[in-house]
Design a protein around this ligand. Structure first.
Ligand SMILES: [Zn+2]
Length: 267
């Protein structure tokens, strides 16, 4: 089930912003949820629009060769936008001073998915036809971030550039049917789910679960949990957003006699 409860305006009514102290030892509010806004069902008819954090996560999970597993499962169903492509290329080129693992992960993802043409790139950022939709979605992403920051007593640090990738994915998804957004960003999941019609999203842990199921025993839960830990390190998935037991979550139930597995349940 979705873990992100939609905030109602009433939660702000009697709450003084400075009455909610930030968690000790945490420099900023987690921006990633453990789960997307839907559950993986192994549905191979869905198109997938991939956010930069998922590319970095896949590029980091070298212990299971996640890029190849993902390509085997998603193939030509996976696509992204020009804005996300540019984010991946920028990180591959420049890295981040406080995140040494992200540059090699971004470089692998760029080479494997983008430069090779394995993932189709939709030009959205520069498209006039998407301008109104993009502006509206950017405003929704900023509002979500501002509300979270206010509740945690932190200052919102929004910028158009910051949300450009997620906004283009959501705007593009609104023009398609049978599509899922793959993102580690809780704001993008929330805003996608709030669209009419609602757009489903999956987090990297959900994607990993699908890869485990698809491997039919080739990828163990232990290896998948190690891959998830690698991805957490490069994709800013904070400790409070991690599953209590990643190994349990990443176990396929299909092997158990008499049990079925929801993530294998192709619908
Ligand atoms: Zn399964």
């Amino acid at each position: 089930m979705p873990s992100n409860q939609r905030p109602s305006p009433s939660i702000f009514k009697h709450k003084r912003v400075n009455s909610v102290p930030p968690a000790s030892g945490v420099s900023r509010q987690p921006v990633h949820a453990f789960r997307g806004n839907s559950v993986p069902r192994g549905n191979r008819k869905l198109s997938a629009l991939v956010d930069s954090g998922i590319f970095f996560s896949l590029g980091s999970a070298v212990n299971i060769n996640a890029v190849a597993l993902f390509h085997n499962l998603y193939g030509s169903r996976a696509a992204t936008t020009d804005a996300v492509r540019d984010e991946v290329r920028t990180i591959a080129r420049k890295g981040k001073p406080d995140n040494p693992g992200i540059q090699p992960a971004a470089t692998l993802a760029r080479n494997y998915f983008i430069n090779s043409g394995r993932v189709a790139i939709h030009v959205v950022q520069a498209s006039q036809s998407f301008a109104a939709s993009l502006q509206l979605i950017l405003a929704q992403l900023r509002n979500y971030e501002a509300a979270r920051s206010a509740l945690s007593g932190l200052r919102a640090a929004s910028s158009l550039q910051k949300h450009a990738g997620e906004a283009t994915l959501i705007a593009l998804a609104l023009t398609q049917s049978n599509v899922v957004i793959l993102t580690n960003d809780s704001g993008a999941s929330f805003v996608a789910g709030a669209q009419q019609p609602s757009i489903p999203s999956l987090h990297f842990a959900d994607v990993l679960k699908e890869l485990v199921c698809d491997s039919r025993g080739g990828v163990t839960a232990t290896a998948a949990a190690a891959a998830f830990a690698l991805a957490c390190a490069v994709s800013d998935i904070t400790s409070s957003a991690k599953p209590a037991d990643a190994k349990a979550f990443l176990t396929c139930a299909f092997d158990d006699v008499g049990k079925t597995c929801g993530a294998c349940d192709v619908s």
